[in-house]
Write a protein that binds this ligand. Structure first.
Ligand code: AMP
Ligand code: GLY
Length: 426
């Protein structure tokens, strides 16, 4: 098979690495990819927002499957436009991608199908939104409705913070994404990422992970795209997975099909495991980044076989096998991330670190400049390891981190702390 992979992050490097292990793969192309992806794929310069150009490329290169990494092209309808040209795509339609593209769409689906989620109100003007916050009090959560690259959510501990966040939404800080605001009840519990491979009808559980959103140790500092992750998530016991499927995922699949927007692709549920059970925080219509990296480390099966089955509506009789070990990834970021990452610094020692057993280093924001590997984004490398326990995977990942010579980079030193504590208590 010839495959076109869209995206440029650590998630796409992990997907490329795993697809490259498939005997079904003939040629992989990546648009735009990155220096890590280049080990497995021909990198192509394509404007992925120009769906006609992507379709023309697929015809020319006889692409059998397009795998879309990030959400923006899906929300923009790339899957619909390519399918209209007879090109097979792994990923949801534009209508189905509203699960990530519109928070109010997802909230209404939850209302209609009794899916457990935070209580909420929805507002298109500042005055009404302020009144709601004053009525409910803090802590409370403010969300710009549309896609805001992970920056549209404020978990406000005080009413003052909540009101400031509302003003930022309505003064245009998030562009069109802030024209409507969803205000939510603050949920308490432990967060988990839960993935399902979906084919429009069937949702197949596809692993669990926990992410670390805050930039600094001890879960402090500003929110980021994710500073590290591990899989599996201990809180997602078989019983919790079963409840999540029954109470959240299956009604979602049914609801989407009933409204004529059946969901296919990967469905990523951000969950809060509360005293009352799992509650949906949000859906994403893609793999998590860096959660994908730890899932790919543990997946035993041929990824291309599974992506093909999802694309062709053939998941009903499939199963997925995982390695029993834990996987953990540490994000190395450029100084200044998330506010203003410095670009261009030289990174050495990646090959030495990657040579360690049970370690893979996925590139996120890197580039090659005059033959040297340099930082080219906020999150730059994902140093990933597998081990019998989370503690062992953590130790191995940090051994690899310490072999990387990059004074202008930093990482958290406590990725996996919650699971390691659990293991120590067990
Ligand atoms: P998001 O950008 O939607 O992933 O949200 C960022 C983070 O905000 C989530 O990972 C949660 O930690 C937190 N969050 C979002 N909604 C809620 C909620 N209703 N209650 C508590 N925390 C929340
Ligand atoms: N790591 C969280 C996300 O990909 O949204």
């Amino acid at each position: 098979m010839n495959v076109l992979l869209i995206g440029s992050g650590g998630r796409e490097h992990a997907l490329a690495w795993k697809m490259a292990a498939s005997p079904m793969l003939t040629q992989l192309y990546a648009a735009p990819g990155n220096p890590g992806v280049a080990a497995y794929a021909a990198l192509v310069k394509l404007d992925v927002a120009d769906h006609a150009a992507v379709a023309a490329f697929c015809r020319e290169k006889r692409i059998d499957l397009v795998v879309v990494g990030p959400e923006a092209p899906l929300v923009a309808g790339i899957a619909d436009d390519l399918r209209a040209e007879g090109i097979r795509v792994f990923g949801p339609s534009k209508a189905a991608a509203r699960l990530e593209g519109s928070k109010s769409f997802t909230k209404e689906l939850c209302d209609r199908y009794g899916i457990p989620t935070a209580a909420y109100g929805r507002f298109d003007n500042l005055e009404a939104a302020r009144a709601y916050v004053k009525e409910k009090g803090a802590p409370i959560v403010i969300k710009a409705d549309g896609l805001a690259a992970g920056k549209g959510v404020t978990v406000a501990i005080t009413e003052k913070e909540a009101l400031a966040a509302l003003e930022a939404c309505f003064d245009g800080s998030f562009g069109a994404a802030g024209a409507e605001v969803v205000i939510e009840e603050f949920l308490t519990g432990e967060e988990a990422s839960f993935f399902c491979l979906c084919d429009g009808r069937t949702a197949l559980p596809f692993g669990t992970a926990q992410d670390h959103k805050r930039v600094a140790d001890g879960d402090t500092g500003p929110n980021t795209g994710g500073m590290g992750a591990y899989s599996p998530a201990p809180v997602m016991t078989p019983e919790m997975i079963e409840r999540t499927m029954r109470e959240i995922i299956e009604p979602t699949m049914r609801g989407m099909a009933e409204m004529g927007a059946p969901y296919s692709g990967i469905l990523f549920a951000g969950l809060m495991i509360t005293d009352q059970g799992p509650k949906l925080i949000e859906y994403n219509v893609r793999f998590g980044d860096p959660e994908c990296q730890v899932l790919m480390m543990r997946l035993k099966d041929d990824l291309l076989v599974l992506l093909n089955a999802a694309t062709d509506g053939q998941l009903a009789h499939m199963s997925v096998r995982w390695r029993d070990e834990a996987a953990l990834t540490v994000v190395m970021a450029a100084r200044g991330y998330p506010a203003a990452p410095e670009k261009g610094s030289v990174i050495e020692g990646v090959d030495v670190a990657a040579a360690l057993e049970d370690v893979e280093i996925f590139h996120a924001g890197t580039a090659i400049n005059a033959g040297a590997l340099v930082a080219n984004g906020g999150r730059v490398l994902n140093v990933t390891a597998i081990g019998k326990t989370v503690a062992e995977a953590q130790k191995r990942a940090y051994e690899a981190v310490d072999l990387i010579d990059w004074p202008q980079g930093f990482c958290r030193r406590d990725i996996g702390w919650r699971a390691v504590e659990r293991e120590e208590q067990a």
